[in-house]
Ligand binder design. Structure first.
Ligand SMILES: *Cc1c(COP(=O)(O)O)cnc(C)c1O
Length: 466
């Protein structure tokens, strides 16, 4: 399978190269040249076979000749093994008539980002060994990506990881997952700024071709195709398990539009998926775009109770706009050039119709988030994380669509104890596999939000683990 840049200004690349480079040289994001479909057999079996088997089938169709079937299964078995607190990896819980919660938080860092990151770490190892190369990974995080990256990459040879976190804007549990790994190849940088400042630094580092080549730089943010692909697996497994002949509908707490895109990918793979609700917090640029047809960059992200979704520009939205415009790369380049210049673009009418045919969108403020967290607890006894609470408010109701309705539970409530305690008056406890988090020593480095400072730090700290 070859991968194209959404903006058409750079050549197509292989699956492995799409993973290693992350962002295309022309500033676009990589997308598969065409959509593969899973065989009827894979779809039929998805509800019954181990998670790793369906994951391997999906990895295989996207990797094509880059990966043998045996290697694909080896990688997914390693990614979805005993480091997960639940053998189903992403178990589903029924919480009402036709109403389900998809628990994505049983991995090492208690957020759905573990699902993709565990697989990505293995893919990196595999590719780097084959090519006898090393890699420097930079990761901007709004809170959960960093922890998932640290957990996945702390034991990976040939990789140095630099996490850029927005100083003081992540919860203490989130921070500790990044700072207390004890791994010499992991560096947690406390950036003076918000998530968008951290993400802008990563983009600037990647755009600096000379530096990027000097240290062989790669991003693990959700702009990396492998993450989108890996997340499509739980949609496929869940939709196949709950379908019973009808389509299954999903509600997704959304920030960078990665997880929401993965649902579309699962649909393209042939999973019985109907509508997808995009639930945003007060950073509701996407919900606004659905309403008005204009996608606008906010000046800065708003700080909310669901920090992993405090994002002013949803990077992966570009991928669905690519689909929505019939994959017209010239048009995408024009729209995103304009977005860069004036901070907004209008979605063509056909693109709006396309988006509305797959998605709904709903913005939820902090007050409604508090209400939702309490409401779910009252109705079901479940303690949600604040991101999932946003989804609870926005989700499809009974009678709104036929077939099972699934809310993605994107993090464990114990990652946000302060918020949960303030609303429910009780502190959720950390699951046993990370109960020692507060006993471990933290290491973090204060860092101004300038590309020079970050470059100098990276140059000075490569290969320490070797
Ligand atoms: C990252 C994250 C989100 C948002 O996911 P995107 O793929 O960026 O849209 C939602 N909830 C939690 C807990 C997260 O960590």
């Amino acid at each position: 399978m070859r991968y194209l840049s959404t903006r058409g200004g750079s050549p197509s690349v292989s699956f492995f190269d799409a993973i290693l480079t992350g962002l295309a040289p022309d500033g676009g994001l990589y997308m598969p040249q065409s959509w593969p479909r899973l065989s009827e057999q894979v779809l039929r079996n998805a509800a019954f076979v181990p998670y790793a088997e369906t994951a391997a089938a999906i990895l295989s169709v996207f990797a094509g000749d880059d990966l043998s079937a045996d290697d694909a299964l080896g990688l997914t078995e390693e990614a979805y093994g005993s480091q997960w607190a639940n053998p189903a990896i992403t178990p589903v819980q029924q919480i009402g008539p036709g109403d389900y919660l998809l628990e994505l938080f049983h991995g090492p860092s208690l957020a759905f980002k573990d699902v993709a990151m565990q697989l990505l770490a293995g893919l990196y190892s595999h590719i780097l060994e084959r090519r006898d190369a090393r890699l420097t990974i930079v990761c901007a995080t709004s809170g959960d990506t960093g922890g998932a990256a640290v957990e996945a990459l702390k034991q990976t040879d040939r990789v140095d990881l630099f996490v850029l976190m927005p100083k003081g804007r992540v919860s203490e549990v989130q921070r500790r997952f990044m700072t207390a790994s004890g791994a010499p190849n992991v560096h947690a940088l406390d950036i003076e700024g918000d998530f968008d400042a951290a993400q802008a630094l990563v983009k600037a580092l990647l755009a600096d071709q000379a530096f990027s080549q000097e240290v062989t730089l790669s991003p693990v943010n959700s702009i990396n195709w492998a993450r989108i692909m890996a997340q499509s697996v739980y949609y496929v497994v869940t939709a196949c398990a709950l379908s019973a002949g009808s389509l299954v509908h999903f509600t997704v707490p959304t920030g960078n539009f990665g997880d929401a895109l993965s649902g579309y990918v699962a649909k393209m793979l042939g999973a019985p998926i109907g509508r997808i609700m995009i639930a945003t917090n007060a950073n509701d640029g996407i919900a606004q775009a659905f309403e008005t047809g204009t996608y606008t960059k906010s000046a800065a992200s708003i700080t909310t109770l669901s920090p992993a979704m405090d994002i002013a520009v949803a990077s992966n939205f570009e991928r669905i706009v690519f689909e929505a415009t019939g994959r017209e790369q010239g048009l995408l380049k024009q729209l995103y050039d304009q977005f860069g210049a004036i901070g907004s673009f209008d979605l063509p009418n056909e693109a709006q119709a396309f988006l509305r045919s797959h998605y709904d969108a709903f913005g939820v403020d902090d007050q409604e988030t508090r209400w939702a967290l309490a409401d779910c607890f009252e109705q079901t006894g479940e303690v949600l994380c604040p991101h999932t609470a946003v989804g609870w408010r926005a989700r499809y109701g009974q009678g709104e669509c036929e077939g099972a309705r699934v809310l993605l539970a994107t993090a464990h409530s114990a990652k946000f104890p302060e918020t949960v305690e303030a609303i429910l008056g009780q502190v959720p406890s950390l699951p046993p596999h990370c109960a020692d988090l507060f006993a471990r020593q933290e290491v973090r480095i204060d860092m101004p939000a300038t590309i020079e400072a970050v470059k100098a730090y990276i140059r000075g700290h490569l290969g320490v683990a070797a």
